[in-house]
Design a protein around this ligand. Sequence first.
Ligand code: OAD
Length: 265
Amino acid sequence: MTDEIARAAEYVAEADRIFAFVGAGFSAESGVPTFRGEDGIFSDEKIAELAYVETFEREPERALKWLQEARSMMAAVEPNEGHRALARLAARDDKTVTVATQNIDGLVERAARRAGVGVGRDLAVHHIHGSMTRIVCHDCGRAVDASFDASFDASDGGDDALDLSEMPTCEHCGGLLRPDVVLFGEMLPQEAFQASVQAARSADVGLLLGTSGIVYPAADLPRQASRAGASLVEINPNPTDLSSLCDVVIRAKTGEALPQVVDGA
Ligand code: OAD
């Protein structure tokens, strides 16, 4: 165990309320690609363009195909050691853990359920950039009863309840159905974001797990936590815009370092 890991474990041991701010790097060891960096999907300009709502509205077929491919990929991957460590932390009676995740893959919840942790009861998970596990109408915003959240728990990786490649439409308004994820140019889900702000402001410790911290307003959450008095621990192999805010910086993969922090706390 390094000195940084030991110090982080001490912070976590002493904390009652823990705020975990999660980014793409947290799922990297599960095989989900990050957005930025050498292997990030945004290094391909054509893909980066698909993340904008304007592209969805201009070329829905291409955008839906991309979303559907990403959704299938995410249904086929498995939680990693980092997800399992976070679930173990949430299972502890002496800690309240709240997760604000920018990830849309549902892996935090899958690891939690498998560990017998009640999502929503023992562990609050706020999806500030939406989730692939829900389907909504792009026009009227109604959710469709086609969630494959449950099938995400299946060992075979789940089956798609809705074939998005078919350009399905909303039975209420005829609008296009799509995964409930936030594209650039769209508002964040306000309920999830406000709940994350509350959790950040009342935390004793903030864990910054695998995020570059450059996309706002999400990246303001650790700043709010710090201003309100939380100690911050970053676990990331690379420096980020948030590193200078942190009390402890662990330059390692979350799947390797977080289990040591949690089990040492
Ligand atoms: P980024 O792709 O910007 O950053 C990923 C971070 O993970 C980088 O800092 C990497 O160094 C780090 N990383 C890579 N592998 C890691 C590992 N095994 N363990 C720990 N860290 C690792 O991803 P985000 O910060 O999540 O938004 O990006 C934020 C938002 O930008 C996303 O939610 C998405 C994107 O545009 C929307 O789609 C709205």
